[in-house]
Ligand binder design. Sequence first.
Ligand code: PMV
Length: 314
Amino acid sequence: MNEVSVSAPGKFVILGEHAVVYGKPAIALAINKRFHLSMRRDNEFKINNEATDIRANPHMRYISSKNDMLPVSVHIDSKIPTGSGLGSSAALSVTFSAAMRTLCGMSLDEEEIAKEAFEAEFFSQGRGSPMDTSISAHGYGIALNAPAAEEDLLWKITKNEHAWNISKMDVPPMTFVIGNTGIRAATGPLVEKVRKYKDSNRFAADMVDEIGRITLEGMEALRKNDVVGLGELMTKDHKLLSILGVSSNELNKLVGASLPYSYGAKLTGSGGGGSMVALTDQPDKVCDAIHSRGGTPFVVRTGVEGVRVSVKSE
Ligand code: PMV
């Protein structure tokens, strides 16, 4: 029997989370924290050697319903903290899709994996954008709905009334530090909170548009390697996200502690808890500042590859 081992990276968002759900631009980078999943056929469903119906997990249920329902044993070892805004559920969907597709002898095309994983995320959360699943499948850096050269376009995804063009984004070497508050926050309710606010309040809808505008400016700053300009836009984005109600005291504390040693800092991902990110050339000082405020810091390595599959024959 064959065992398939898959890994896919987590991510952070430089600019554009939440607004990207409504088709606005965003920039995301893959990070050197990966989700590892191995899978083999078995006579009952198991997760980490415990008999469990994997279909109780909505992401796995969606993907297995699209493929072959024969029982499998799944082993999961994730280095991406759950509910941390670093894309752990997207990486689960991407690795599970790639593993199922391998066992079923289907195509391992990155685009097909990204699309299937996005549908699983959407099924599970009832809402969302294909940002996390696309960056986890492709790796490196991506831009959504950015003016991009034809050859940089990776794929297009549409869902209901929204459409996203996903393209490669080259990011010059820059140092980012992530600070995890350790507070888990589920993505779905935070996305829903922003939707309700935006749909009921013109001011909130303007904030979403403004996030879209500054994200486009951020893409220009990245192209020019303008760390000062990009940092300012990140800090501005954090303020807009706070107004939209998705920051928290803990996130604000870590952002505030990082700013004296950073070009800019902001929450990353859905917020509520989870993580923040700082752009800096003093990573040690930022790490100390985050640590002293109760967060868990790490210096990010970017430029990491997307989904990777290997098959072991027994
Ligand atoms: O917190 P995470 O890692 O699930 O990131 C969510 C990003 C959002 O823009 C808030 C939602 C989405 O689907 O794009």
